[in-house]
Design a protein around this ligand. Structure first.
Ligand SMILES: [Cu+2]
Length: 119
């Protein structure tokens, strides 16, 4: 798990989940994957509310989104086909910092990581 702590050029942009317009008990957020970043680099969400991530992979090749809990257990791991939106449904999360990594070989080391902050 040392790779989780390795410093590199992850995106510094900040995004925020929004309430779902159809369902007040859900929040939605959009993430864009590309070679080799996630945008936003920090995604702020509400703790205690289920979350739908719409993850668009703008690259032609497959990427991956793996979300780790603060204790480094995997919450969800999903491959992201190229030029496709993958919908990832997450349960209500407890407060904390959740690292996001692309687990394709070396992509995380090249900066393809982000942080979900539940607060
Ligand atoms: Cu990748």
């Amino acid at each position: 798990m040392a790779a989780l702590a390795a410093g590199c050029a992850a995106s510094r942009t900040v995004g925020r989940a929004a309430p779902d317009s159809r369902r007040g008990d859900l929040q939605v957020a959009r993430i864009i994957a590309s070679n080799f970043t996630f945008e936003p680099g920090t995604l702020q969400v509400k703790a205690g509310t289920p979350l739908v991530l719409e993850v668009y992979n703008a690259a032609s090749g497959t990427h991956n989104l793996t979300l780790y809990a603060p204790d480094e257990k995997v919450v969800v791991a999903r491959d992201l086909p190229g030029r496709t939106t993958t919908v990832v449904e997450l349960p209500a999360l407890a407060k904390g910092h959740y690292p996001i990594h692309c687990e394709k070989f070396m992509h995380g080391a090249m900066g393809m990581k982000a942080t979900l902050v539940a607060e």
